[in-house]
Design a protein around this ligand. Sequence first.
Ligand code: PBG
Length: 335
Amino acid sequence: MDLTHRPRRLRQDRVRDLVSETSLEPTDLIAPVFVDATTDERVPIESMPGHERVPVDDAVARVEEVLETGVEAVMLFGIPESKDPEGTRAWADDGVIQEALRQVTSETDAYVITDVCLCEYTDHGHCGPLEEELRGGALADGPACEPTMTVDNDATLAALEKIAVSHARAGADMIAPSGMMDGMVGAIRSALDEAGFEHVPIMSYAAKYESAFYGPFRDAADGAPSFGNRRHYQMDPANAREALREVRLDAEEGADVMMVKPALPYLDIVSAIRREFDHPVAAYNVSGEYAMLHAAAEKGWLDLEAVALESLLSIKRAGADLILTYFAEDIAPQL
Ligand code: PBG
């Protein structure tokens, strides 16, 4: 055979690493950690094997376990001791995240990012206080022209400002607003700056889709909406151009890192943002993406380690610089 092009030449064992286009490092990964004010003991999360909700006093130990694997950053999520319609425990100085932050940032070297949202703190489980709405944009299906409820965008911004500043005061290294409220990045940026935290970066959940892949997380963080759904604030999975518009707005409002969530079903969005913007891009490999690989592996249908590694490498190949993933601790030691 007279073949000029034989791409297989570069796939031989001793050269394939030299020519590989993408690499995954433990420092690309961020491990989510759940801190729970309602328990004195670690509680396993059934739909996310290997993950637990830990009491506040165990947060330092939990973060140290993450650091031992080579992962250097964590994202903290909180389950408060009580909830109300406004989600006031989210900005309490003695709130679950604030307490955990003070301990984790003074006792460990972890880079600590906090999720800033209200859904774990409101008794109705939506991402902000509710208001009545007569038509359109409503969360509950009521008869036409009956008052129904939706999230009050601008009242939510005021709450997000208080949460972000209280996290920064307690030591947060980076703030990650996840509520998909209009104007949230700008509001948080000015509040942080005014409080003297101009050095604290914002990682915006810029393109967060209304996804069924969040199911296990909502069990883990006890944050499922008690009625309706989140389609009136999270993005429609049908839309791609809209993601670029969301990222553009967040860029104008001062976001430092742009996140896409979920990751695997939205790699086209990761790659489009990578092409059009020069910000670091983060992707959130969410709870459902983790749970489905675990479930298949449990049945013996997939090799868990191999598919986890391939998933994370694909997310990087699509253009993500950092990845939030429940696989962080399992994969980092193998890199
Ligand atoms: C809070 C938040 C959610 C996730 C991260 N932050 C839940 C939601 O929007 O319902 C989901 C993470 C995951 O599924 O792993 N707003």
